[in-house]
Design a protein around this ligand. Structure first.
Ligand SMILES: [Zn+2]
Length: 286
């Protein structure tokens, strides 16, 4: 056997060994997922209740809802919920958060891996006041209190006010702006997967980065001009705080009031539709 033949044989054997290893790993992953699904199965009644509360979930096909439920179940298996100041986290609360977190990653390649950077989810009964400090250009430190309905930090945990999570379940058709703190905070989590909170989620290549930067920067500049001029906007004016808030609020609007986002910022709607592989405006109002 010449050298080339031996190398070909070794390469072939190596490939076979790798493929055996990959299928063993896939089988192991499936077994762990099946076990997690059995242990953390969401009861039918609770699942139906969750769907009824969040209208942007309920219009989906049985196949999509099955996948959302599967991801939500695995999410419940992987994450640790805790209640602050004596709040008891019920199954209803945990499933409400898990289902909405699952919706965001439903058609994303990274799936649950996008949430691998944190484990804890802390629920507060209501919004939390936190002391903040900011230094101005003259080096003077200003202290102020900020009311938080939710917060996502690099490495976690994710903090959510249950009262605000619940508020998003009410019919938002009459509200001025989409409001969904759960989707908002998990959009921040996805933004931070690459280690930066800059309003840019993980993207495939430079071309996608270029398009993202172009669309979001132009839309954010227009939006800030509208807010400064006190014009009425479909996107919550809170989004004018920074481009990363503009991203998180746009994602909220995309899922909860997609027709409004499509009308007001069509380029952002198309960008998010391509990114999340979703077209919620097609179903809205039907
Ligand atoms: Zn935010």
């Amino acid at each position: 056997m010449d050298r080339g033949g031996f190398e070909a044989f070794a390469t072939g054997a190596g490939r076979r060994a790798l493929s055996v290893l990959a299928s063993a790993q896939a089988a192991w992953k499936r077994w762990r997922e099946d076990r997690a699904c059995r242990r953390h199965a969401i009861p039918d009644v609770l699942w139906q209740l969750t769907l009824a509360r969040y209208p942007f979930l309920s219009w989906r096909s049985a196949d999509e809802l099955g996948r959302v439920r599967h991801l939500a179940t695995l999410f419940l298996a992987q994450k640790e919920f805790s209640g602050a100041h004596g709040l008891v986290v019920s199954d209803e609360m945990a499933v409400a958060v898990a289902a909405q977190a699952a919706l965001l990653i439903l058609n994303l390649d990274g799936g649950l891996d996008l949430y691998a950077g944190f484990v804890g989810i802390v629920l507060h009964s209501d919004a939390v006041m936190v002391a903040r400090e900011v230094m101005d250009e003259d080096g003077v430190v200003h202290e102020y209190d900020e009311e938080l309905a939710g917060e996502a930090m690099q490495g976690g945990p994710v903090m959510l006010s249950w009262q605000d999570v619940e508020a998003a379940s009410e019919d938002s058709g009459q509200a001025n702006w989409a409001y969904n703190v759960t989707i908002h905070e998990f959009a921040h989590v996805i933004d931070m997967v690459d280690g930066r909170a800059d309003g840019v989620p993980p993207l495939a290549d430079r071309r996608e980065h270029a398009r993202w930067g172009q669309v979001m920067t132009a839309a954010y500049t227009d939006f800030c001009t509208q807010v400064d001029a006190h014009q009425r906007t479909s996107i919550d004016p809170y989004a004018a705080n920074s481009i990363e808030e503009f991203f998180a609020v746009s994602v909220e609007t995309f899922y909860v009031q997609p027709l409004e986002l499509q009308r007001e910022a069509p380029s952002v709607y198309r960008l998010l539709a391509d990114y999340f592989h979703e077209d919620p405006a097609r179903h809205a109002g039907s």
